[in-house]
Design a protein around this ligand. Structure first.
Ligand code: PLP
Length: 483
């Protein structure tokens, strides 16, 4: 494609995306299609001859764009947010144009230094001390995996990096601790790092889904007495189901006493630390050995972008660095060769979109949006609390509201298994009713074994009108034939 053709096509793509963002709200969030519907419209075989861009973009507009689930839609209140704002999208495009591969400084000088600066900006925005260094990865799953491998690396006498794990009985005795609410990505990290699912001990939570430090301390003591090898604890700030916050300061004290690595999963909640008045929720995370926050969740950054912060860069470097001859360069001055701190050699230039976005919104703009989302969630929580048949299922420390409808006739009888099943089925039907509207999309979880509807607010395009509409649909479903 010549530069002139690219310029013309690029203008059309900009127009397509701008139009999409304008049309967005009129689209059904969940496309009314079945598995295979899109595939059937695509050619099964690759084209043998070049095709005109007109035809390609036409198919994009006709087949692909309308048939995605619209994460950008302000009625999308499922899971956690993942919203791409304008400056972030433009940053993605510029990064694609440069195609900078951020493996080592020599190959990517400006990209490396933008990453260094942006990591430092985010650390400052979160109010964390300057001891923390870090880098970007694709997802929290990978940030946590790297952290677990680093934690394993400093287990005295293990030397898994060089000795491997096969045939070593002591490896089966490694133990990491997290709560029953911890995200599945930590268990996956245990699978990949050789700790195994058997090495993950899930610690009990209290009545509002926070890890119980007393249960953690007891589990560690019991394991040590039985000859296990505790090495790592994961505290979550903003759990996936209820957004509960583990008592990180108390957990950090246990880790210090027991000499265990502390990994903090703030993939969702971390964004809220940009608002200084919310930092009290993060007490203790400054003691962590590693922290993950996902800007692609609640910091308006296009997928993907996960920030991994670490207290000791040298541990990560020691755990992962292998420099083949062809990458050895004499270099003066200080700069990161980022490939040495993780698994990947080639890395995307993710920092650019965040550097642009942070400048575009400023610290105050980011904090104002996060604050407004939390305020909207509190308002919805108030309506739930005041309603005769809806129940709030968890506190609202951030911007996610967990709720459930219990008809008056069944109230107080939830201990009876059939009644609980009936209420679960009812709430499943309510969720389905709301989602079939196409205007609001919610997801669910289970809290304390009860089917729970989650409403997540976190899109800068959301206003109270969207929240009111969501609440109206929930009430309509609860009072209609659905219920
Ligand atoms: N940690 C928490 C608390 C999450 O809620 C999630 C996903 O929602 C993850 C980790 C995994 O995030 P990612 O998709 O970036 O791997």
């Amino acid at each position: 494609m010549s530069p002139a053709d690219f310029r013309e096509a690029g203008a059309r793509v900009v127009e397509q995306v701008a139009g999409y963002l304008e049309r967005l709200e009129a689209l059904p969030i969940l496309p009314p299609i079945e598995p295979g519907d899109v595939r059937r419209q695509l050619s099964a075989a690759p084209p043998s001859a070049p095709e005109a861009l007109d035809a390609i973009l036409g198919d994009y507009a006709r087949i692909i764009e309308p048939n995605i689930t619209h994460w950008q839609h302000p009625g999308f209140m499922a899971y956690f947010p993942s919203v791409a704002t304008g400056p972030g999208i433009l940053g993605e495009w510029l990064a694609a144009g440069l195609n900078s591969n951020v493996m080592l400084w020599r190959n990517a000088p400006a990209s490396t230094e933008v990453e260094e600066v942006t990591v430092s900006w985010l650390r400052q925005l979160f109010g964390l001390p300057d001891i923390f260094d870090g880098m970007f990865t694709d997802t929290a799953s990978i940030s946590s995996l790297l952290s677990l491998v680093a934690a394993r690396h400093v287990v005295p006498g293990l030397d898994a990096r060089d000795e491997g794990l096969a045939g070593r009985p002591e490896v089966g005795r490694l133990r990491m601790y997290c709560s029953t609410e911890t995200h599945s990505s930590l268990e996956k990290a245990a699978i990949v790092s050789g700790v195994g699912r058997a090495g993950v001990r899930r610690v009990a939570v209290d009545e509002v889904f926070r890890m119980r430090p007393d249960a953690l301390a007891a589990a560690i003591a019991e394991d040590r007495a039985a000859g296990f090898l505790p090495f790592c604890v994961v505290a979550t700030i903003g759990t996936t189901s209820s957004t509960s916050i583990d008592p990180t300061a108390e957990i950090a004290a246990i880790c210090r006493r027991e000499r265990l690595w502390l990994h903090v999963d703030a993939a969702y909640g971390g964004a809220a630390a940009v608002a200084p008045e919310m930092r009290h929720l993060f007490q203790g995370w400054e003691h962590a050995d590693s922290i993950v926050v996902n800007p692609h969740k609640w910091l308006f950054t296009p997928f993907d972008a996960s920030l991994l912060l670490f207290r000791s860069p040298e541990v990560f470097r020691d755990a992962f660095s292998l420099v083949p001859e062809y990458l050895r360069v004499r270099q003066q001055g200080e700069a990161h060769d980022y490939h040495e701190y993780g698994i990947q050699l080639g890395r995307r230039f993710r920092a650019l979109k965040m550097w642009m976005l942070i400048r575009y919104f400023g610290a105050e703009g980011l904090a104002a949006r996060v604050r407004e989302h939390c305020r909207m969630a509190q308002e919805l929580g108030g309506w739930v609390d005041a309603h005769p048949t809806f129940q709030r299922m968890a506190p609202i420390p951030f911007a996610t509201v967990c709720l459930r409808h219990v008809p008056v006739a069944l109230a107080g009888r939830e201990d009876e298994p059939e009644v609980r099943q009936e209420i679960d089925a009812l709430n499943e039907a309510i969720l389905d009713h709301v989602n079939r509207s196409g205007q609001i999309f919610l997801s669910h979880t289970r809290l304390g074994g009860r089917y729970t509807i989650r409403v997540n607010i976190g899109n800068p395009r959301q206003t109270m009108d969207h929240v009111r509409h969501c609440w109206a649909l929930l009430q309509e479903a609860a009072s209609s034939e659905v219920a």
